[in-house]
Design a protein around this ligand. Structure first.
Ligand code: S3P
Length: 420
């Protein structure tokens, strides 16, 4: 429901989900011990943490959001399937890690993850000699660890999960692996592997890696811009809002949302930039803007804001003109078919949104109607996006499956309430 006086105040965004996954995975592969500070409390990162504990890595939560990881760099075998929960990042990156091991493993996931495409990693891994099997191109995956060899691979997808899977397999393979992607996707894997001493080189969207040992290093995790996006959007569209979002990661492979806000004419300012374990963070100051303008989002923009597209649809509903999102076909393969689900649900509250095979078109400005019950399809980012839409409605908006926000951002509700 509409907050009376807008959203006002400061908040500190919790840890980046992508970086948290990688911090546990790569520290587990390194010999030695390290401390990970500001680890995500989302269920997805918990899936990665539990999985590496099952693989014999000594991981302890020493205080809230702080972990110690001790490893000899060797992963144990596991007779029971390794459960990845709802997390595509866990399943795809771990597949790359286990493909070159000496053991056999089964990877499983929940109902949503078991429907998501895995051929995108199975095919290139097989080219490296991996023994990875699936009945229908989806989880469960069976991996029989074996010796791998490097490949040159030009990926049809700009996907950080596929890229990371192949680079991690390449780190354990004979010879060099060269990976090319159509547009640069998030590069946290490249930055963190470099930070931990891997033999990796990146030039634009071509990355090469050779067999490497990692050195354990302490990691302080930046805040998640994908979580900040809900506050950025809400701050721009809820009248009278004025919010400072602290400690947000602004790695340029993730800041597509900031560029879109600029193109739309939103009032947003970055302050206090500092580096944290190889990533840059800043505070974001955002103010209500009543003259937002529509824009087109396509091509190289897409991997830089792929997870923000649901909340961008809400933002676009409050911008004058037609916002066109294209080249985002892969949005159909996320925790839900985010194109179909967004169009179906947002239409119920008066948003003028049209489905396209590779995206959607939103015509603004529209008045958002409350009183409806929207289905989040158990997709955390849809749940939080619908909450933002609800901030413009005169009466309550119900959200089915809202509890799934715990996947990436259990603190979301409390942080939103603190601003009202
Ligand atoms: C992620 C990469 C993206 C993103 C996902 C997290 C990662 O997926 O949507 O939420 O941590 O590498 P794709 O790489 O499949 O686009």
């Amino acid at each position: 429901m509409k907050p009376k006086n807008g959203l006002k105040g400061e908040l500190t965004i919790p840890a980046d989900k992508s970086i948290s996954h990688r911090a546990v995975m790569f520290s587990s592969l390194a010999k030695g011990s390290c401390i990970i500070r500001n680890f995500s409390s989302g269920a997805d990162c918990r899936s990665t943490l539990n999985l590496f504990k099952k693989l014999g890595v000594d991981i302890n939560v020493t205080e809230e959001k702080t972990l110690t990881v001790k490893s000899d760099g060797m992963l144990k075998s596991s007779d029971i399937p390794l459960y990845c929960g709802n997390s595509g990042t866990t399943m795809r990156l771990v597949s790359g890690i286990l493909a070159g091991s000496n053991n056999e493993y089964i990877l499983t996931g929940d109902e949503s993850l078991s429907k998501r495409p895995m051929k995108r990693i199975i095919e290139p891994l097989k080219l490296m000699g991996a023994k990875i099997y699936s009945d229908n191109g989806c989880a469960p995956l069976k991996i029989i660890g074996t010796e791998l060899h490097g490949i040159e691979y030009s990926s049809p997808l700009a996907s950080a999960q596929v890229k990371s899977c192949i680079l991690l397999a390449g780190m354990n393979a004979d010879g060099k692996t060269v990976y090319k992607e159509p547009y640069l996707s998030r590069n946290h894997t490249e930055l963190m592997l470099k930070y931990m001493g891997a033999d990796i080189k990146a030039k634009d969207n071509v990355i090469s890696i050779s067999k490497s040992d990692l050195t354990a290093k302490d990691i302080d995790i930046a805040g998640d811009i994908s979580s900040a996006a809900f506050f950025i959007a809400a701050g721009l569209i809820v009248p009278n809002s004025d919010i400072i979002i602290k400690n947000t990661g602004i790695n340029p492979t993730r800041t597509g949302i900031l560029d879109v806000v600029k193109r739309m004419g939103g009032s947003l300012e970055l302050m206090n930039k500092v580096e944290k374990s190889g990533e840059v963070v800043a505070d974001i100051h955002v103010n209500y803007t009543d003259n937002l303008k529509a824009c087109t989002i396509e091509g190289a923009d897409i991997p830089r804001l792929i997870d923000e597209l649901p909340v961008i649809a809400i933002l676009a509903s409050q911008a004058e003109g037609e916002t066109v999102v294209k080249d985002a076909q892969d949005l159909r393969n996320k925790e839900s078919d985010r194109i179909k689900c967004l169009v179906c649900e947002l239409s119920k509250i008066g948003i003028d949104i049209e489905e396209r095979e590779d995206g959607f078109i939103v015509k603004g400005k529209t008045k958002i109607r409350g009183g409806a019950e929207l289905n989040s399809y158990n997709d955390h980012r849809l749940g939080m996006s619908f909450y933002v839409a609800g901030l413009l409605a005169d009466n309550e908006l119900g959200i089915e499956g809202y509890e799934w926000t715990k996947i990436s951002f259990p603190e979301f509700d409390e942080m939103m309430n603190n601003l009202q």
